[in-house]
Design a binder for this molecule. Structure first.
Ligand SMILES: [Zn+2]
Length: 627
């Protein structure tokens, strides 16, 4: 029996697809396999060092020592960054065990147990920084948010290593939360959702229904203004209306997405369809009006919120890395619940254009904000942040990424994400399935699937045909035909397979020009470029001399040509440089401007996820189109 991954529904009647276990998919060297390896060798030790330097561990040590003179260091949710790191350590220890990881798990679990109060409470921001004031600041106190991340780390430890020490710590804290916030007690709701999805997973791991009940209580109670208007109004923490009544996502993006994630989990275990239906509608509206071409979400810096419909300025994009991660976590659950490939498309967009973009080539520098335009030279990815939510969030996602690649159902196996990997699972009635996936996707569009292991009975192999793919072919049993997607978005082959059988999916990676909705004022009259799931951008360093990115343009019939340069899959664009004429040093003229002087240039675009790894200069995703 394979060990369970991060999302493991107990009920089978509420999910169309079942996730595969941790051991059932292995990423091999390829786009994601390389990133998972780098996450282990570079990001994981880097995050540990930075948590040490920033004082996150010092908070726990001082609390464990009952040192009342120690001041709490760092943000109020500093403990959650330790938990996210610990979750990543647990997944990595399960994937590829090492003594130093086992040591970290053992030592920090002991530290947490020692720091925990006798009644189960554990939050150093309050134990050190505001003793006697626990649960008094549900808006911004983040105690339940920290409980959520502690619970997820504990679930990861149980599933990946079988260790239960961390689970004991998490359960004691969760039991206290049940006592304080459960039925018949306080009416509180967490200011930052996250504990809902975590409590559902804690229920899935322990079978203790009180955790599921509390998660559902938190969902049902929300939206009645109980948190008060706070600094940014009730909508900031989705407390302005009940969760089922929102039409689109509002407020703080990461809060909104984690809340929706908990709603889908709540549906999956209770069967309350109204929770799923609400998220499906909200997600649709959010994709339609509040999502950047990269899949990034959130345009307001002030309150890290979505902003209004079509308020998507590229240069002021917030698009927090954690929001991209949260979108991956949400769309995976929507995919499991519905079986619809469109959610895998959304997931793929966020993975390639937010998650992949946020980490530098060295695995030790990260974007918090994923802007779509930079106007000139500036800082690249910092090594760390005062508010350090993003790096350890990337760590835990990449350490468990193999769990998000494929699924099974009663009929067979579904491949959602194409990357070099092996899949080894068992279908109902003990039917074995072993696959090897060979591909250099997204550099190339060819995905070769070899059947390594199979029984005699027929089963189905489902291959996602991405929504962006205009054309594709499928070769199986010596015959090639168009890759025709079924109503869920998958090309499905059902047959009695033999070991050695091969299926080849060829996706058309011809570059595509993307046009913005006319209501997005900020990029009206511009075009963007993509190839497969990868969005492109122009960096100043790649342009010919004199081609200032502030002045470049393309024509409406621009035809990007794919090529290679310095190890990157690039696009060449015929463009122009327009030198503004007739301006007297002011930003506005009193008469319509005359035609600018123009000269033709060859522009070069690189994958957006690769930007700012060389010289950090001007960059733009959207390019003006000449009339
Ligand atoms: Zn973040």
């Amino acid at each position: 029996v394979s060990r369970l991954g991060p999302v493991a529904p107990r009920r089978s009647d509420t999910s169309v697809l079942r996730p595969l276990g941790l051991d059932e998919v292995v990423l091999r060297p390829g786009f994601w396999g390389e990133r998972q390896r780098r996450n282990r060798t570079a990001t994981l030790p880097h995050v540990r060092d930075r948590l040490e330097a920033a004082g996150n561990f010092a908070n726990l040590r001082a609390t464990a020592a009952r040192d009342t003179s120690a001041a709490h260091r760092n943000m109020v949710f500093a403990d959650s960054d330790v938990y996210k790191w610990l979750e990543g350590v647990a997944w990595e220890q399960g994937r590829d065990p090492a003594p130093e990881l086992a040591d970290d798990l053992r030592t920090v679990t002991h530290l947490l147990r020692t720091a925990q109060d006798d009644d189960g409470y554990l939050d150093t921001a309050f134990q050190l920084g505001a003793p006697g004031r626990r649960w008094t600041d549900l808006q911004f106190g983040h105690e339940l948010y920290c409980l959520g991340h502690l619970s997820q780390a504990a679930v990861a430890d149980v599933r990946a290593t079988g260790g239960t020490g961390l689970l004991d710590v998490a359960r004691r804290f969760a039991d206290l939360a049940v006592d304080v916030f459960g039925p018949g007690w306080r009416e509180g709701v967490p200011g930052h959702p996250e504990v809902e999805t975590a409590l559902v997973e804690l229920y899935r791991t322990t079978g203790d229904e009180r955790y599921l009940e509390l998660a559902v209580l938190f969902l049902d109670r929300r939206g009645r203004g109980r948190l008060g208007p706070g600094r940014f109004g009730s909508a900031y923490y989705q407390d302005d209306r009940p969760v089922r009544e929102h039409r689109a996502m509002v407020g703080h993006v990461v809060r909104a997405l984690y809340l929706a994630t908990g709603m889908v989990d709540g549906y999956a275990e209770t069967g309350d369809r109204s929770l799923l239906d609400a998220v499906v509608a909200q997600w649709d509206a959010t994709l339609g009006t509040k999502t950047y071409v990269t899949g990034g979400q959130g345009s307001r810096h002030l309150d890290e919120s979505f902003g209004a419909e079509y308020e998507l300025p590229p240069d002021r994009a917030y698009a927090e890395t954690c929001a991209g991660i949260a979108a991956v976590l949400l769309t995976w659950r929507l995919l499991l619940a519905t079986g619809l490939g469109r959610y895998a498309d959304d997931m793929e967009r966020a993975l390639f254009n937010v998650v992949a973009a946020s980490t530098a080539d060295d695995g030790r520098h990260f974007f918090y904000v994923n802007t779509l335009q930079r106007r000139g030279p500036g800082p690249g990815r910092p090594a760390w942040f005062e508010c350090a939510c993003c790096p350890p969030n990337l760590l835990r996602l990449l350490a468990s990424l193999q769990a998000y690649v494929a699924t099974r159902d009663g009929d067979g196996v579904q491949l959602h994400h194409y990357t070099a990997a092996t899949v080894d699972t068992t279908l109902p009635e003990g039917r074995p399935v072993g696959l090897t996936i060979d591909t250099d996707y997204p550099a190339g569009g060819r995905v070769r699937v070899r059947i390594d292991r199979t029984g005699n009975a027929p089963w189905s192999l489902a291959l996602r045909v991405p929504g962006w793919a205009a054309a594709g072919t499928l070769t199986a049993g010596g015959r090639t035909g168009p890759a025709v997607a079924d109503e869920r978005g998958y090309a499905v082959l059902t047959r009695a397979w033999r070991p050695g059988d091969e299926v080849v999916l060829d996706l058309d990676l011809a570059p595509r020009v993307l046009w913005p909705h006319p209501r997005i004022d900020a990029v009206r009259g511009c075009a963007a470029f993509a190839r497969g799931p990868v969005v492109y951008c122009l960096e100043q360093v790649d342009q010919p001399p004199g081609a200032d990115l502030a002045d470049v343009a393309v024509t409406a019939d621009v035809a990007p040509k794919p090529g290679h340069r310095d190890g990157l899959d690039v696009l060449e664009l015929d463009g122009t440089v327009r030198t503004p004429a007739g301006w007297d040093g002011r930003a506005y003229a009193t008469r319509p401007p005359g035609a600018p002087a123009e000269r033709e240039v060859r522009l070069l675009a690189v994958p957006y996820h690769a930007w700012a790894n060389r010289e950090v200069g001007a960059m733009r995703v959207w390019v003006p189109v000449r009339r």
